[in-house]
Design a binder for this molecule. Structure first.
Ligand code: COI
Length: 351
């Protein structure tokens, strides 16, 4: 791997607002002349791209991304959580947008190398980590709508704290009935930039109404809970953990899968199935809606204290952090940071 040294290092930030600060170095690799240019892939100073205004990603959004994290403990050990799962998912997203497949092991190793280079940027306070953002953009200079013949893959790093501004406090979700995030056969089950662009209007409107995020319903029937956009969703109803099953319009979250595997291994009853908004509203009304929580790399495990639907607000449990939510948070972050044994083989030590 080529390495281009930077003359002057940046100052490390004192606040860790999500996605606001970026480290000294980035990874970059180009695709041209029919192949990924592994020979010239490099770790180089973090810097702007210079792109022609006609570059196709600006117009047609052929772009995919991933999110994973590196964790450092107070002994200086650095760990990644299931990074090959991100590589596989990014290749799946590339496939969906006609972006050429890449060598997953090569990019994984490049990320590990970049994280090692930037180890001093990894925060160690509880709830903090180094967020890793790999992405691929189409760089043909043309206004024709075709799959591009040129791409840039890059990986940038950002030291982060909690995703939500109010930290680990329960969030309020708005069940969106009018706008749709995804439908079967679309791109909702891939991590493509356009999914997020399409979600912003609803998120803005939900925020104006005083909610933190949108809880999406299915596009076909407008009945079933899907996901939040920045996280998958779990419900604890009458002691049973249920989460919407993946049906082609929900992102197959790595934290989602880890949560299901963890809870099943620890003897919890977990169901992946259709979850209607009516079932959740009824449970809230009859007092059996114990908990709701979201899972995601950025969001980690986020308690939901309340949700709004058809102009009414429904409290979740007692509106505070629930038992299952806390358990999943403690167990997953314990495994991620090396505080708890990694019985599943999920964690990779980088340093
Ligand atoms: C992640 O959790 O890594 C994501 O990509 C979600 C993003 C909206 C912050």
């Amino acid at each position: 791997m080529k390495f281009i040294k930077r003359e002057q290092l940046k100052e490390k930030p004192s606040d860790l607002q999500f996605g606001k600060h970026f480290t000294d170095y980035m990874f970059m690799m180009k695709y041209h002349d029919g192949g990924w240019d592994y020979d010239n892939a490099c770790i180089k100073p973090y810097e702007p791209f210079v792109l022609d205004p006609s570059t196709s990603v600006f117009h047609y959004g052929q772009a995919v991304f991933e999110g994973l994290k590196a964790y450092k403990n107070d002994k200086g050990e650095v760990r990644l959580f299931r990074p090959m799962e991100n590589m596989k998912r990014m290749n799946d997203s590339c496939w969906r947008l006609c972006i050429p497949q890449f060598d997953e092991k090569f990019v994984h190793d490049a990320i590990a190398e970049l994280v090692k280079t930037e180890k001093d940027w990894i925060p160690t306070a509880p709830g903090t980590s180094l967020y890793i953002r790999p992405f691929v953009i189409a760089t043909d200079e043309t206004l024709g709508v075709h799959s591009s013949k040129n791409y840039i893959m890059a990986v940038i790093l950002s030291p982060v704290g909690a995703y939500y501004a109010h930290g680990f406090d329960p969030v309020r979700l708005y069940v969106e009935e009018n706008y749709k995030r995804a439908c079967k056969g679309g791109t909702g089950n891939h991590k493509v930039a356009g999914n997020y662009a399409a979600s912003i209007l609803a998120a803005d409107e939900a925020e104006k109404k005083g909610y933190d995020q949108t809880l999406w319903l299915d596009a076909a029937e407008n009945k079933y809970m899907e996901e939040v956009g920045s996280m998958n969703i779990f419900f604890v109803i009458n002691g049973k953990v249920v989460t919407p099953k993946l049906g082609g319009s929900i992102l197959p979250g790595i934290t989602r899968r880890s949560t299901i595997e963890l809870l099943k291994a620890r003897g919890y009853d977990v169901e992946e199935r259709l979850v209607s908004v009516k079932e959740v509203v009824d449970a809230a009304k009859d007092g059996t809606l114990d908990e709701i929580f979201g899972t995601g790399t950025a969001a980690v495990v986020s308690p939901v204290g309340e949700f709004g639907f058809e102009g009414k607000d429904y409290k979740v449990g007692d509106g505070k952090l629930g038992k299952v939510t806390k358990y999943v948070y403690d167990e997953l972050t314990g495994i991620q940071t090396g505080v708890k044994p990694d019985e599943f083989g999920w964690v990779e030590r980088v340093i």
